[in-house]
Design a protein around this ligand. Structure first.
Ligand code: HEC
Length: 113
């Protein structure tokens, strides 16, 4: 049992770069919470049609700290994109940390594939 725990910890640490830094975020919870983000952020090359045609940035592989900072920016008005402001307004600090932790663990999708 102890060995199994150690293996799980080792795998977890390997999957999450900067694990100690993003410790508050729970990638498993973030995966569930990211369902509402996938409609825009999960589609390679996707552009939103509202309010203007706009390329949606990729989140997979992005640093957790960057994602949290961006979401806080939308929530507090530092960033002004209307769709993201509406979304970030409904997120708690924990939601942001969880979603960021999840995206930080997902592989960067190559644009060339
Ligand atoms: C309606 C479509 C849409 C949905 C849903 C959406 N986003 Fe976004 N998101 C965008 C667009 C468009 C931008 C680019 C806005 C800008 O340039 O400020 C963006 C930007 C971002 C950025 C900044 C990325 C960067 O590189 O600066 C983050 C982080 C982000 N979104 C996270 C999320 C998360 C987390 C969710 C789910 C909780 C989510 N988004 C849901 C459309 C969406």
């Amino acid at each position: 049992m102890i060995r199994l725990t150690a293996i799980c910890l080792a795998i977890g640490a390997a999957l999450v770069p900067g694990f100690t830094q993003a410790a508050e975020g729970n990638p498993a919870a973030g995966k569930t919470k990211s369902a509402m983000c996938a409609g825009c952020h999960g589609i390679p090359g996707y552009k939103t049609a509202f309010p203007v045609t706009y390329s949606v940035p990729k989140l997979g592989g992005q640093h957790a700290a960057y994602i949290v900072k961006a979401l806080q920016g939308y929530k507090n008005g530092d960033r002004t994109h209307p769709s993201m402001r509406a979304i970030a307004a409904g997120l708690t600090e924990q939601d942001m940390a969880d979603v960021a932790a999840y995206y930080a663990t997902t592989a960067v999708q190559s644009a060339s594939k």
